[in-house]
Design a protein around this ligand. Structure first.
Ligand code: BTN
Length: 249
């Protein structure tokens, strides 16, 4: 059970809780299409039977132990800047973890959050584009909070990283507070500050590494992201640019 946050101005004021859904993103998109959501609405559940991950993967999360929710934003920004939604969301999750005393938190391009190299959170943004703007965005967040076993996956949780257990409703409110701060930074045009902070927390940034690409291994160094959020890797042959799923560490 989740409650409406008192620490935010917009986010989560329109709160839709369902004990079980297929996917909060799918439900939020259905509601959005029917015009049933207010800007800043959140669809949240205790259990997803078919949680969606990036690129058609499945997001699994033990019922009632973690956060699984979707945030709906109306006309959040220009379509060309859509990647900033990933940036502010992953930054907010690192802000939250750091505030709760969890160290070693990094973002992993394009939109994971890692602690000591293990995934603690995944983000799935699904946008509806109208002209050169986003008509709306649904930002799906899965954050591992109290789950402690991951069946051999390179995953972790706030509980494993801190030896505490957490009140899900409190963590939810705190995360919405972090998201609202980052969203206001985005809305006031602080793109460069956000980009810099995100790069500062980026896994393997400016670290020579051999990546896997569809054309085989590639040795290089991540130097940044281009304006549409693609990864820039400096190699002996010059700068190579990769979209999601075209390169893995
Ligand atoms: C990934 O890392 O592959 C992205 C995972 C995103 C999972 C969240 S959980 C809440 C929301 N609803 C979904 O079906 N997926 C996202």
């Amino acid at each position: 059970m989740y409650t409406v946050p008192r620490n935010t101005r917009l986010l989560g004021k329109n709160l839709i809780f369902r004990p079980e859904v297929t996917s909060t993103n799918t439900l939020a998109i259905e509601f959005a299409k029917d015009g049933e959501l207010q800007d800043g609405a959140v669809v949240i559940t205790a259990n997803q039977s078919a949680g969606k991950g990036q690129a058609g993967t499945i997001w699994s999360s033990e019922p009632s132990l973690n956060l699984t929710f979707s945030l709906y934003l109306e006309r959040p920004l220009a379509a060309a800047d859509a990647f900033f939604l990933n940036i502010i969301t992953s930054l907010s999750i690192t802000d939250l973890c750091t505030a709760l005393g969890i160290s070693g938190v990094q973002v992993k391009w394009p939109n994971d959050v890692l602690v000591s190299g293990k995934k603690i959170s995944g983000i799935l943004c699904e946008n509806s584009i109208q002209g050169d703007h986003l008509r709306y965005a649904v930002i799906g967040i899965g954050l591992n909070v109290n789950q402690t076993a991951f069946n051999g996956f390179a995953a972790t949780s706030m509980a494993l990283e801190s030896s505490d257990t957490f009140q899900l409703d409190q963590v939810f409110h705190q995360l919405l507070g972090c998201l609202e701060l980052r969203l206001s930074q985005l809305r006031s045009g602080d793109h460069e500050v956000l980009r810099r902070e995100w790069l500062h927390r980026l896994f393997l940034f400016q670290t020579p590494h051999t990546f896997t690409t569809r054309h085989g291994p590639l040795t290089g160094t991540i130097t940044g992201i281009d304006p549409s959020g693609r990864l820039m890797v400096e190699t002996d042959q010059g700068t190579c640019i990769f979209g999601p799923k075209e390169i893995t560490p």
